[in-house]
Ligand binder design. Structure first.
Ligand SMILES: NC(=O)C[C@H]([NH3+])C(=O)NS(=O)(=O)OC[C@H]1O[C@@H](n2cnc3c(N)ncnc32)[C@H](O)[C@@H]1O
Ligand SMILES: [Mg+2]
Length: 430
């Protein structure tokens, strides 16, 4: 019976065959322990010299790391392993021998591992992070389908720069200039006027010369947009969504979170509603904490966000930033024109901003004025302005950065471990 590692629980006491790779091995004169992986999971194969043909035992002892094999054996329960099962091996067939696999079981430097990302992905830790990423994506679709949102796919090749013109990846579109999408937001606003509640999930690109544990050049973003939703409605969707994905990972990725050594008690308390602090209150808080390097009108750096988040064991919204700090499309506070109806969601444990969102400007003339103030091309934004000419409505939305969210929930330090092939400053390989 051919099966996979995650399916063995159905075959306890039966003989099965699994296609696998040898992740690691230890052996003595009488027994060999094979750490096997097949992409679905990891299992120990035990080869007892006295119970197999001599040729099988010698073959097992001679296996090299990452050699691919078909291994046949009887599934047994194993309470000592977190997985709960092991394979009493009866025979094995080598498919392809791996010679001098570079990522040996010892410690390796980050640059070495990054240069071998196409192989590093095979390790238990990277496997666990990718499974958490997958669960967040799965739960995202579950949440937004459950809430009546429609999946809409904005273009990657665009003529606009919603997040400003300093971090654009320019490309040629035949004889026109185009940019890789920084954010699908503007198109999602058009989609929301057609479909009400929409969400996108796709890659976005920022030519940002930031070399930090939170910044990627190419990252994936979930961008919901909702017609008739105002500022507070928007925050409610965000806190419900983030709570949902955290609880989904806790329920469906227990083994992976254990492999990552994640303290899940910090995740169990993540439930809506989340605390809110205004930018004004945040500035006052930081001054009281002795941060004299930030004044009203300044943006917050990672240390500021971390200091603010440390007062909470939940994600915290920082709201009503100064208009001067934020992109052209944000709705001003009706009571103050020097701040806008926006919020950044800051994750606990120093993971920083995972969401940026706002209510959008829905007055045509004010938006037109903002586009001019930001020196943006009226032609490139003509279509975006037209959304305010024909039945404009209050509307809001946000962008959740997938990799930063995966880093926070899985507890890994750097976003480079949260995307299969990270694009960083000075890294386009592999
Ligand atoms: N539809 C919207 O309203 C989204 C809005 N146009 C937008 O792009 N906001 S954002 O620039 O704060 O980016 C949103 C999130 O996207 C993530 N982000 C933003 N930039 C990065 C980089 N460079 N690397 C990794 N992750 C990044 C981070 O979690 C941010 O909070
Ligand atoms: Mg932001």
């Amino acid at each position: 019976m051919k099966t996979t590692i995650t399916e063995v629980s159905k075959f306890v006491g039966e003989e099965v065959t699994i296609g696998a790779w040898l992740a690691n091995k230890r052996s003595s004169g009488k027994i060999a322990f094979l750490q096997l992986r097949d992409g679905t999971g990891f299992i120990q194969g035990v080869v007892v010299k006295s119970e197999v043909e001599e040729e099988v035992f010698q073959k097992a002892k001679g296996l090299t790391q990452e050699t691919s094999i078909y291994v046949t054996g009887v599934v047994q329960e194993d309470t000592r392993s977190p997985f709960g099962y092991e394979l009493q091996v009866n025979s094995l067939e080598v498919i392809h021998e791996a010679v001098d696999y570079p990522i040996t079981p010892k410690e390796h430097g980050t640059e070495f591992l990054m240069d071998h990302r196409h192989l590093w992905l095979r390790s238990r830790r990277q496997h666990a992070v990718m499974k958490v990423r997958n669960e967040i994506i799965r739960a995202t679709y579950e949440f937004f389908n459950k809430e009546g949102f429609v999946k809409v796919d904005p273009p990657i090749l665009t003529g606009s720069a919603p997040e400003g013109t300093t971090e654009l990846f320019a490309t040629k579109y035949f004889d026109e200039d185009a940019y890789l999408s920084q954010s699908g937001q503007l198109y999602m606003e058009a989609a929301a006027m057609a479909l009400g509640k929409v969400f996108s999930f796709g890659p976005t690109f920022r030519a940002e010369k930031s070399k930090t544990r939170r910044h990627l050049i190419e990252f994936w973003m979930i961008e919901p947009e909702m017609a008739f939703y105002e500022f507070e409605d928007n925050l409610k969707v965000q806190e419900e969504y983030v709570s949902f994905i955290v609880q989904s990972v806790l329920s469906n990725c227990k083994l992976e979170l254990e492999r990552l050594g994640r303290d899940t008690s910090k995740l169990e308390k993540i439930k809506a509603p989340f605390p809110r602090i205004s930018y004004d209150e945040a500035i006052k808080f930081l001054h009281e904490k002795g941060f004299n390097d930030v004044e009203w009108g300044d943006d917050f750096g990672a240390p500021h966000e971390t200091a603010i988040a440390e007062s909470y064991d939940m994600p915290v919204f920082i709201t009503h930033y100064p208009t001067s700090l934020k992109p052209f499309y944000m709705q001003p506070d009706p009571n103050r024109d020097d701040v806008v109806l926006c919020a950044d969601l800051i994750a606990p444990e120093g993971y920083g901003e995972i969401i940026g969102g706002s209510e959008r400007l829905h007055d045509h003339d004010v938006l037109k004025q903002r586009i001019e103030e930001h020196d943006l091309s009226p032609e490139a934004y003509k279509w975006y302005l037209e959304l305010r000419k024909y039945g404009s409505v209050p509307h809001s939305g946000f962008g959740l950065g997938l990799e930063r969210t995966v880093a926070w929930i899985s507890g890994v330090e750097h976003v480079r471990e949260t995307i299969p092939f990270p694009r960083l400053l000075n890294r386009l390989y592999p």
